[in-house]
Design a protein around this ligand. Structure first.
Ligand SMILES: Nc1ncnc2c1ncn2[C@@H]1O[C@H](COP(=O)(O)OP(=O)(O)OP(=O)(O)O)[C@@H](O)[C@H]1O
Ligand SMILES: CC(=O)C(=O)O
Ligand SMILES: [K+]
Ligand SMILES: [Mg+2]
Length: 593
């Protein structure tokens, strides 16, 4: 007699353990089959006597990390759910990402990494094994940039990340980045890059050139281009990687002489300058979300259920509000967070209202540095990071953090200093662009972000013990204000009492973000009931998100959490924790029993 038990589990466990109830004796069963999404175990005849008990419980995946539980009756097949393995037989589950768990066990609470890491996925990292290597290396969020690649390609990446999460117990979130509407070149007819030499004459035009693309021609996506430029203007590719001077206009064609040679990359950003300032003309009126491409990409992101949509070249809060209501109307239930990319002059002008309207912001230093003088980028970065924290929105520092690692296996000292500064500013997340998308050393670049983050966080905790928390109130209702006061106080107590961890039970994630905002010295274990909230919390500083079914009864929640975490070796008796929750307006301080 052979029976199979069907269940869902994120792990590829080598075997499962059958606990016979009510006794504690158990028998191990090999897992014999791994179809792509559902896993099966087959219980062979020789073991069937174990099933003759009224019911048996399957627990423990055998790898000590993730597992399943469910009730097996003697003669039927029962679906069971994911849960934490536990020798003691706790019935309900908990999910945490396998990498964080390993990091916690290895380094202890205090030295787990607080800064979150985002990797842009590109040709260098889109394979399943390459994605897995990034996940193991600490990638919290995978970013796909709709400027590059086809929708089919992006869909494949999303599918692979999902499969990785499901099969290997990761919780990598997905961020889709829109193309935006600033001026950029066409795709170079499929070429990976084209060299522009000093003194060469190139034609920039709104005309779509046929294939093969005539030599030294570049298609430009902005219709008003030929009208807006003047002879004598300077044309900067990617903020100055290559420079041209406008020498002649012939109908839609603009002839330019190369004055700073370099490599032209597909869809590179273009800006033009006159008398030392950026020319904006009608281009300033371009809508942020251009109707043709971006809305289709946004529909794609909603359909795929991505966790974050990052909007390029945001100019006003209205765009964000519009997009948020569009998403709310279209994606029933699944809440997609909208990240405003700060990379234009207009976004700096309307910074506070844009950030207020968004679910987070990105300091997109690549394009920002092409729109404002480079020497103004560091102060803009600091201002955006601070404002985001004040307004309780997660903030990402992006672009060129480790640019030289696209080609070399070690970073420059200057790059390490730049990464350190972003960590010291306590940004929520750091992002890799070309380093992970098309560089030669994606894993090494991620490892540098990880080790520099951990080192600087530690140094800063020691250097600046208990940074004064002067955070303005963000609550809009009395209930919000209470939550905020609770979190501020709990974080302060956590520092003063030097507790091992803060626990927060939160359905929406809001209380977790309020704690994260305080940047306490200890890590924050955030328990939430849904997988999507858990993935979204992955972007925020210091949060270790767990998925856990919990009730309104804090006493039982705590007991359940303690036993589940103890069973996995993530906490131990005597650890001091402070717990807060959405449900109960109180702060509890206790030792793990
Ligand atoms: N899906 C992809 N396919 C091919 N190349 C990619 C892909 N994603 C990124 N790249 C390469 O990696 C480089 C850096 O990626 P990233 O997405 O950060 O670029 P970016 O164009 O600077 O960003 P943005 O357009 O948002 O300002 C790109 O210029 C491109 O060459
Ligand atoms: C990330 C991005 O869009 C930029 O730096 O321009
Ligand atoms: K983009
Ligand atoms: Mg950009």
């Amino acid at each position: 007699m052979s029976r199979s038990l069907q269940f869902f589990t994120p792990s590829r466990a080598p075997y499962f353990t059958l606990h016979k109830l009510p006794s504690t004796s158990y028998t191990r069963f090999p897992v014999i089959n791994f179809p792509s999404k559902k896993h099966y175990i087959t219980i062979t005849k020789s073991l069937s006597s174990d099933l003759d008990a009224a019911s048996s419980q399957v627990l423990d995946s055998g790898n000590g990390q993730t597992g399943v539980s469910g009730v097996l009756s003697a003669d039927n097949v029962v679906a069971v759910q994911s849960h934490a393995p536990s020798e003691s037989g706790a019935a309900a589950g908990i999910e945490v990402d396998a990498v964080t768990e390993a990091e916690l066990k290895e380094n202890g609470f205090r030295s787990t990494r607080r800064t979150k890491l985002i990797c842009t996925i590109g040709p260098a990292t889109c394979g399943f094994e390459q994605l897995e290597a990034l996940a193991v290396g600490g990638m919290n969020v995978a970013r796909i940039n709709m400027c590059h690649g086809t929708r089919e390609w992006h869909q494949m990446v999303i599918e692979r990340v999902r499969r990785l999460n499901e099969e290997k117990g990761f919780a990598v979130a997905i961020m889709m980045d829109t193309e935006g509407s600033e001026i950029h070149m066409g795709d170079l007819g499929g070429a990976a890059s084209v060299k522009a030499e000093d003194g060469e004459i190139w034609t920039f035009s709104v005309r779509a050139f046929g294939t093969p693309r005539p030599e030294r021609t570049i298609n430009v996506n902005y219709d008003g281009f030929a009208e807006d430029v003047k002879v004598g203007d300077e044309l900067l590719v990617d903020g100055g990687m290559v420079r041209f001077e406008v020498i002649e206009k012939i109908g839609p064609d603009v002839k330019c002489r190369c004055t700073d040679p370099g490599l032209l990359l597909p869809r590179a950003n273009l800006t033009f300058w006159r008398d030392g300032s950026l020319v904006r003309e009608r281009n300033a009126m371009l809508p942020t979300i251009s109707s043709k491409v971006d809305w289709l990409d946004i529909d794609f992101g909603i359909a795929e259920g991505v966790d974050f949509i990052a909007i390029s070249f945001v100019k006003s809060a209205e765009v964000i509000k519009h997009l948020k209501s569009y998403i709310a109307a279209r994606s029933r239930g699944s809440d997609i967070a909208v990240i405003a990319k700060i990379e234009s002059i207009d976004s700096l002008k309307n910074l506070e209202e844009i950030i207020q309207a968004s679910d987070g912001a990105m300091v997109a230093r690549g394009d920002l540095g092409a729109q404002i003088p480079l020497e103004q980028v560091p102060s803009a970065q600091q201002k955006i990071v601070q404002l985001c924290r004040q307004l309780n929105k997660p903030v990402i520092v992006a672009s060129q953090l480790l640019e030289s690692m696209i080609e070399y296996p070690t970073p420059t000292r200057a790059e390490v200093a730049d990464v350190s500064e972003a960590v010291r500013q306590r940004a929520d997340a750091l992002m890799l662009s070309g380093e992970s998308a098309m560089g030669q050393y994606p894993d090494k670049a991620l490892a540098v972000l990880r080790s520099v983050s951990v080192r600087i966080e530690k140094w800063w905790r020691e250097e600046k013990r208990h940074e004064a928390m002067v955070l303005p109130d963000v609550g809009t209702s009395f209930a919000d204000s209470i939550s905020e006061e609770i979190c501020n106080s709990a974080a302060k107590m956590a520092n003063n009492l030097e507790v091992d961890a803060l626990f927060v039970y939160t359905k929406t994630g809001h209380m977790a973000s309020l704690l994260s905002r305080c940047r306490p010295d200890c890590p924050i274990f955030a328990f939430t009931t849904t997988t999507s909230v858990r993935r979204r919390l992955n972007l925020q500083w210091g949060l270790i998100p767990f998925r856990l079914g919990f009730s309104d009864d804090m006493e039982s929640n705590l007991n359940k959490t303690f036993s589940l975490l103890k069973a996995r070796g993530m906490i131990k008796s005597g650890d001091l924790v402070i717990a807060v929750s959405d449900m109960l307006q109180s702060i509890q301080v206790m030792n793990v029993p």
